[in-house]
Design a protein around this ligand. Structure first.
Ligand code: MG
Length: 291
């Protein structure tokens, strides 16, 4: 069938993208799936049991929990999950015990200990991993080169512990307003590649990516096998579908790498959550189908 110019360009772009993924990876990637999760605080509910029941009804697959209260919360969560189809996606910790990147060795030691404890909990809960920010702006006086060395010196020990307990850290690139040190998914993936440990991985957040990444699809392709979690939010950091932010380009990238982990809401909400969250779930499933 003859193609018009627009169809020809679209077809060549698709071939170009496929060619950009290494052929070995292309042959071996499983079919990607959209597993939807949400941070627990976003879902209105009186308690965990009600929250899980509501999320199941709304079509979620996982729940992302905050990093506070561990290891005490493990048992509570295991009991609640026994009566639910949902699984724990990630534990969102940020900088538990303080920043990993810091000029003071005691501060670094405290951070490593706190992360190791959470990794053990993540393993017990069979979660995807523990979300970590190496350092927020203002948490260190080290320059970029010193900061990277400080982090790279700590990651092998963290990775080794993660591999032992079945947990992994998920380094999260943020936008420059929050963390100049780590802004790009490719940079996070490059650090994972250097450490080369199953306990050290990374993630992407559509809100920060909209500010920093030239291409959602390119960012996720760079993340590749090291990408194990995704945060979902619109341009204004409210629910997907509540403004013009497009998710199809990023979802195409997730499909190309055969993504198997969760995409999890981390955002505010314009309007009534009981109405708007199910709408966002439907919108995201639609974007995935279109991608
Ligand atoms: Mg995030």
């Amino acid at each position: 069938m003859p193609m018009n110019r627009r169809e020809l360009l679209a077809a060549s772009a698709a071939v170009g993208v496929a060619a950009a993924v290494p052929s070995g990876a292309r042959q071996s990637v499983p079919k990607a799936k959209l597993l939807l999760s949400s941070q627990e605080g976003i879902i209105p509910a009186r308690d965990l049991a009600e929250r899980l029941a509501k999320m199941e009804k709304w079509g979620f697959d996982g729940i992302e929990v905050g990093g506070g209260g561990f290891p005490g919360r493990v048992e509570e969560l295991q009991k609640a999950l026994a009566n639910s189809k949902l699984k724990i996606s990630a534990i969102c910790a940020g900088t538990p015990g303080g920043p990993l990147i810091n000029e003071d060795p005691e501060t670094r030691k405290k951070a490593v200990a706190a992360i190791k404890e959470l990794l053990t909990c993540a393993g017990e809960l069979k979660s995807t991993g523990v979300i970590i920010v190496p350092a927020f702006n203002g948490q260190t006086t080290l320059n970029h080169v010193e900061a990277r060395k400080a982090l790279m010196d700590l990651l092998p020990e963290i990775g080794e512990h993660g591999a032992k307990v079945g947990g992994r850290i998920l380094m999260e690139p943020l936008n420059r307003g929050e963390a100049w040190f780590l802004r790009l998914l490719a940079d996070a993936a490059a650090m994972c590649r250097e450490v080369n440990s199953p306990g050290v991985a990374m993630m992407g957040d559509f809100y920060h990516m909209n500010i920093e990444e030239p291409s959602d699809m390119g960012a996720f392709i760079s993340g590749g096998k090291w990408l194990h979690h995704v945060h979902l939010a619109s341009r204004k950091r409210v629910l997907p579908g509540q403004d013009e932010r497009d998710f199809t380009n990023g979802f195409k990238g997730l499909k190309l790498i055969g993504y198997q982990d969760y995409c999890s809401l981390e955002c505010g909400c314009d309007g009534d959550r009981e109405v708007e969250i199910p709408k966002a779930v439907k919108f995201l499933r639609g974007q995935w189908a279109k991608a």
